[in-house]
Design a protein around this ligand. Sequence first.
Ligand code: IPM
Ligand code: MG
Length: 366
Amino acid sequence: MHARIALCPGDGIGPEIVDEARRVLDAVAAAGGHDLTYGEHLIGGAAIDAAGTALPADTLAACAAADAVLLGAVGGPRWDDPQARVRPEQGLLALRQGLGLWANLRPVAPYPCLSEQSSLRPERLAGVDLLVIRELTGGLYFGTPKERTTGPDGRRAVDTLVYTEHEIRRVVALAFRVAAGRRGKVTSIDKANVLESSRLWRPVTVEVAADHPGIALDHMLVDAAAMRLITHPAQFDVIVTENMFGDILTDEAAVLAGSIGLLPSASLGDDRRGLYEPIHGSAPDLAGQGVANPVGTILSAAMLLRHSLGLDGEARAVERAVDQALRDGCRTRDLGGALSTAAMGAAIRERLAVDGGAASAATGSR
Ligand code: IPM
Ligand code: MG
């Protein structure tokens, strides 16, 4: 097959980790006879420096024309002035919105071989395999712009949490469809004891549930959910929630995995095109040293193969190669090891058995 992939390395460690993920995609393409072409585009702080805006029009156009976007991370201390007119993060938010990517899938399934890395006791981690579906283009992140501006004296600030029934329904319906292929359980997380938007979210979720009789639904308040995620993480299957709740809860869920450097994400909309990025940030303290963990980005590339290119077998091959490398003891610094970003990427590629054949990466499960 032929596919066009837009690479947006961004800032900090972004270029280093995207490079390793691209090499994995190249290895998959070479093994399967696929033709992947790449374009590299500016976003975030790098784009502010070069073009004065966090999402240049040609970046958005190239991403819209591509089959998939692979992104590193945006942001850094150089652009952190709270008074600044443009911020790197605006580029990412504008890209998600510009591409209409309203659902963000963040799977969390800790590797047993890394259980000593987690702050939780191993028995708490047993059986943890959850997927957070974060609403991505509404809620607190996208309040009406004029309402966000500060007051006349500059000492008043407003963020609005707006949801329409349509926005809730489409992301909740996705959660139910995905749950049907998993353990058949959806937990909808809201703050219905306080927020008006949550009091709309709940009945819409109940209506969607009526169309999916085989799937169990429960509702949880976000504060209680934050606790349950740590005390009883194995009880969750699919979680669906508001944009900012999802942002916060997935950083928390990274504690289950042992390092935020491990977690991938896929941002999807109405069609197959998607944006794939690790959930972590640009880690300016690690940038340029070649020590960042590329696994979150490589697993994001696996999600790209699955969701945008329809190459599920290849996606699973990449996931098995990561699993095998970790079980063989390959560790970057965040996991208590000494492998460089490039060495970790190479270790994963060496274990890649794309045809699912007899090579070691094809056997065993986590
Ligand atoms: C994430 C990040 C972004 C977000 C930032 C960089 C804007 O934290 O993808 O989780 O808040 O969505
Ligand atoms: Mg975040």
